[in-house]
Design a protein around this ligand. Structure first.
Ligand code: ATP
Ligand code: MG
Length: 212
């Protein structure tokens, strides 16, 4: 029997954008994933320096963005678990839910993976899932290897890289554009654009330059 594979895409999703969606879809197609679960984080441990938009808004934007893809699901596990959101705890929750007989693939940007050695319980994390590092086409893999140093041998079997084309988009750039009254259309799904303006997120009270 073929072992089922599931993708898990964790993130702040403040807001979700086409970079996230393209990476998830590419991972689904290349790895033959049954589903990709998008998991908006509750309190991200690495983003303490700026206020994060309410979890309910981030969750709803993620639902809107993924609604048309039958292979995408959104999970509330990190939002409902108290305390900081650590990847190792997210993976344990999915392992419990999906059982021992499947493979889990945690999808993340190569930039985030560079700091992985500082994540909580790295050994336990690598024991329970694979890591998919989304990279820009032409990305220099030696950077990834160098960041692991001597630990590369230990973990390299569990790390796969995946080239995705939409990597220049980031949530921080979208927030900056909204606050500056610059357009954000075509960087993220239209439903999410409308949600941002409807709820006045990221200082979206000003009129977008060039729009009627
Ligand atoms: P911010 O700019 O606030 O850091 P972000 O765009 O990086 O936001 P996150 O919610 O922090 O979005 O990212 C969730 C996951 O998606 C992370 O693993 C991140 O590396 C990855 N990611 C972010 N942007 C892209 C992109 N354009 N293509 C592929 N993966 C991405
Ligand atoms: Mg980021």
């Amino acid at each position: 029997m073929k072992i089922k594979r599931y993708g898990i895409m964790g993130g702040t999703f403040d807001p979700i954008h086409f970079g996230h969606l393209v990476a998830a879809e590419e991972a689904r197609a290349v790895l033959g994933l049954e589903y990709v679960f998008f998991v908006p984080s509750g309190r991200p441990p690495h983003k303490k320096e700026r206020p994060i938009t309410k979890a309910e808004h981030r969750y709803l934007m993620t639902v809107l963005a993924t609604a048309t893809n039958p292979s995408f699901k959104v999970s509330r596990v990190d939002i409902t678990r108290p305390g900081y959101s650590y990847t190792v705890d997210t993976i344990s929750a999915f392992r419990e839910m999906l059982g021992p007989d499947c493979e889990l693939y945690f999808i993340t940007g190569a930039d985030a993976i560079l700091q992985i050695l500082s994540w909580k319980d790295v050994d336990r994390l690598f024991a329970s899932c694979y890591l998919i590092a989304a990279t820009r086409p032409g990305y220099d893999l030696s950077q990834l290897r160098a960041s692991f140093g001597a630990s590369w041998q230990r973990y390299s079997d569990k790390i796969k890289t995946l080239e995705v084309p939409a990597l220049a988009i980031s949530s921080s750039e979208i927030r900056r554009r909204v606050a500056a009254g610059e357009p954000i259309r075509y960087l993220l799904p239209e439903s999410v654009v409308q949600y941002i303006y409807k709820h006045g997120l990221y200082g979206a009270h000003r009129q977008v330059k060039g729009c009627i």
